[in-house]
Ligand binder design. Structure first.
Ligand code: MG
Length: 307
């Protein structure tokens, strides 16, 4: 049953991260052909924005070592603005340009410890690395998204001050990013914290229409946090079909918000997503077979009749 509520957007853009963030955090490797089929099935299910793969060095992300092959099998569709690829640095950007993609995502950190562990440099040094990547990408006419990890809590540093996230966000926007993705990498955020962060970003000139939210369901808060973000003007939500991808830094195997869980909640509110939930569930069921494990998404389990 659909029961709309005032104060929520009429339409939400789902930014699908399953093929990249999902698969890069799965233990099982799947072939380039399966990855390409996965992306094509997601697009057919109505997902417009799909992050397809990553040009992070295969030494760090062996699951996505076949990025070029995946993009080649996708053909012309991989060149759409709505098919970003993750790039860590200028070498990654070179590979993205060579492959013909027109959108990229870079990834920064709100905390020093995670910047050191994930990027091998300080937060300040990471801006030096990003500056030429963003400048060159913009010169090439690309759309640039900037992820920020550990925006709510950090496993080494604990709670992350809102002001720290605002500073990193503002710097990335100043570099020329078109959009941000605010990540709760270990899933510890709660609704009040979400609202306070979005308000603080807005007050600093980072408007909610430039902000996407990336919640993890580690503590079961991803949907509650999403609704709070929508109430505060955000209309872009990251999700991973089937809930693919745990997080190596979080305490449980539960990671990304499942796209099906998100679509179910939005459908109930009458919020348009363009997604065919049944097609998505059958895609997740198929992908779970490829990975040899069931989907952690409760909506997938309920709708697919799995126990
Ligand atoms: Mg994630």
């Amino acid at each position: 049953m659909t029961v709309p509520r005032p104060g929520l957007p009429e339409r939400v853009t789902i930014y699908e991260v399953g093929p990249r963030d999902g698969l890069q955090n799965e233990k099982s490797l799947v072939s380039a052909a399966v990855k390409a089929e996965f992306i094509e099935r997601l697009a057919k299910a109505g997902l417009e924005w799909i992050e397809t793969t990553s040009f992070v060095h295969p030494k760090w992300v062996p699951q996505l070592a076949d990025a070029s092959e995946v993009l080649a099998s996708l053909g012309e569709s991989a060149r759409a603005h709505s098919r970003p690829v993750l790039v860590p640095n200028e070498r990654g950007l070179d590979r993205a340009i060579e492959s013909g993609v027109t959108s990229i995502a870079i990834f920064g950190s709100a905390t020093e410890t995670f910047a050191q562990r994930n990027l091998g440099r300080s937060v300040e040094e990471s801006f030096e690395m990003f500056a030429p990547v963003v400048a060159r990408a913009k010169d090439a006419g690309m759309w640039v998204r900037a992820y920020i990890s550990m925006c709510f809590g950090d496993p080494w540093e604990g709670a992350v001050p809102i002001e720290q996230v605002v500073q990193v966000s503002s710097r990335l926007m100043e570099l020329g990013a078109d959009a941000l993705s605010i990540g709760d990498t270990i899933g510890v955020g709660t609704a009040g914290h979400v609202a306070a962060l979005i308000e603080a970003l807005d007050a600093a000139g980072v408007r909610p229409d430039r902000v996407g939210v990336h919640f993890h369901d580690t503590y079961g808060q991803a949907l509650a946090n999403t609704l709070e973000a929508l109430r505060n003007g955000v209309t872009v939500v990251d999700a991973s079909t089937g809930g693919l991808g745990g997080c190596p830094y979080a305490k449980s195997a539960t990671g990304n918000l499942a796209t099906e869980d998100l679509v179910w909640a939005l459908q109930g509110l009458g919020i348009e997503t363009g997604v065919d939930l049944d097609a998505l569930v059958s895609t997740s069921t198929w992908m779970a077979e490829q990975l040899g494990r069931p989907s952690p998404s409760r909506v997938v389990r309920a709708l697919s009749g799995a126990s």
